[in-house]
Design a protein around this ligand. Structure first.
Ligand SMILES: Cc1cc2nc3c(=O)[nH]c(=O)nc-3n(C[C@H](O)[C@H](O)[C@H](O)COP(=O)(O)O)c2cc1C
Length: 199
């Protein structure tokens, strides 16, 4: 059952009436947000739940970096600078305006194991699971997320503002969050296309 667009904002059903199937299927990447900033306690709870993601060898490789006003201003500035360098000042400044309107920001980084490629890969995978946990919980209480991995999220200046050594940790996602101004619709191809049943 799809109940698209019901979950965002004050009219959504209470979490008690949502099934896990509905939350998984209905969650969408949100690109446009209302100005209201969700309370931090929601984000704290989402992080608490995110940590229950599976992680091989119990490494708990995730770190959640919640951005306050000073850090947000620095990310917005960095992005405007990078876009300006590539596409000129008009596009750069329009990005600045758009990014300034994002209500909530959270970065997720994962442990790097320079001598162990497999561990690095599995830690990254676990962090992806954690982000999905977080996104699904937030969606179930009406808060939308956009997971981004653009140039900013791997830039040296970004790591510096996170106070992270890029030799030790890598960004898995720079997340925007807030109440959706609009909810895009999405499709998935039929399950048969992705299902191989072996004898
Ligand atoms: C690892 C990862 C990186 C992503 N990076 C971006 C991004 O940089 N920009 C963006 O618009 N969406 C990004 N997305 C979101 C996808 O575009 C989105 O999941 C996809 O369009 C499907 O939409 P849905 O999440 O609503 O099902 C990313 C998703 C993942 C899992």
């Amino acid at each position: 059952m799809t109940i698209n667009n019901l979950f965002s904002g004050p009219d959504r059903p209470s979490p008690a009436v949502l099934t896990i199937e509905q939350v998984i299927e209905d969650r969408r990447t949100i690109h446009n947000f209302k100005p209201e900033v969700p309370k931090f306690e929601h984000i704290r709870k989402a992080i608490k739940l995110a940590r229950w993601a599976p992680n091989h060898r119990h490494t708990e490789p995730w770190q959640f970096h919640h951005l306050g006003p000073k850090s947000i201003a620095a990310v917005v500035d960095l992005n405007a600078r990078l876009v300006t360098e590539k596409k000129g000042v008009v596009v750069g400044e329009s990005k600045r305006e758009r990014w300034n309107a994002i209500p909530g920001w959270l970065a997720v980084t994962s442990t790097l194991s320079p001598d162990d490629e497999e561990q690095t890969r599995e830690d990254y995978a676990a962090c992806c699971c954690a982000i999905q946990n977080l996104s699904l919980y937030l969606w179930s209480i009406g808060i939308g997320v956009k997971w981004t991995t653009g140039a900013v999220s791997h830039h040296a200046d970004f790591y510096q503002l996170l106070q992270v050594d890029p030799a030790e940790r890598q960004t898995v996602g720079l997340l925007w969050y807030g109440y959706a101004a609009s909810v895009p619709s999405q499709k998935r191809r039929p399950v048969e296309e992705f299902l191989t049943r072996l004898p």
